[in-house]
Ligand binder design. Structure first.
Ligand code: SF4
Length: 243
């Protein structure tokens, strides 16, 4: 089995490539309701990229971590899969747009997620959809340089001290339109506070998300939101039982 080492992929320069030239490793795309952060409730098309070296122990998309060549499939196979699998397909931004239209999706908001989508340049992907009247959003761990259009909404969910050893980048914290932080313990709250001080974050909207739907995590999230004037994000899709 051949694995593309994740650490060779980050920050690879792809100068001035167009929507036809840049291929993205797509794990899945689907239409649903955004359940987190500022866009909660917004019909959205999620585009999930394959590959993430960050190594969060509680990650709920571990099947996106590795890029195995043996798991590469064609677009038709990727689109009809119903299980969470590490299968991925290479698609350019133009091809993705075509598929989105072909599937008849009505949502006009694109959420680019992963995996860690910022291991690659997302500018052509954002541009392609924005030129067609879509708004775009990236969900990232903040550990890779964010390459996207200016108007793209960036959600940084800072993954602090994870197994992969990646640091949160100052550029990612500055670029963030919102910061969304999953918490389970007081330590997670303290880590966020320290990060906000370290990067002089004052005006950015802060969303606190219970790491699970358990009572303890939810109560801690509510208490820390009230104490710090942060906002609560409760992963509405999980309560609704949708993807
Ligand atoms: S950054 Fe996201 S995809 Fe990567 S390990 Fe953490 S939660 Fe999972």
């Amino acid at each position: 089995m051949t694995t593309i080492p994740n650490k060779e992929i980050p920050n690879k320069k792809i100068p001035n490539k167009s929507a036809e030239q840049v291929a993205y490793k797509i794990n899945e795309f689907f239409e649903t309701i955004q359940g987190e952060g500022s866009f909660t409730g917004q019909p959205s098309i999620f585009i999930r990229l394959q590959g993430c070296p960050v190594g969060c122990s509680w990650c709920d998309t571990k099947h996106t971590w590795d890029i195995e060549l043996s798991e590469q499939v064609n677009a038709e196979t990727m689109i009809v899969k119903t299980q969470e699998t590490p299968q991925w397909a290479n698609l350019t931004a133009s091809q993705l747009l075509e598929w989105v239209k072909q599937e008849g999706y009505q949502a006009k908001h694109i959420v680019i997620t992963g995996g860690e989508p910022c291991m690659v340049d997302l500018t052509p992907l954002c541009e392609t959809f924005e030129q067609q009247g879509y708004s775009t959003q990236i969900e990232t761990s903040g550990t890779f340089e964010i390459k996207a259009t200016k108007q793209c909404w960036v959600t940084v969910s800072p993954k602090i001290n994870m197994r992969g050893g990646y640091k949160i980048l100052a550029s990612a914290m500055q670029r963030a339109n919102e910061i969304k932080h999953p918490i389970a313990t007081e330590q997670h709250v303290d880590e966020l506070k320290a990060l906000l001080v370290q990067h002089h974050i004052v005006d950015t909207a802060i969303y606190i998300q219970p790491i699970s739907q358990k009572k303890r995590a939810t109560e801690l999230a509510i208490a820390s939101c009230i104490a710090n004037n942060w906002r609560l994000s409760v992963q509405v899709h999980k309560y609704l039982g949708i993807e």
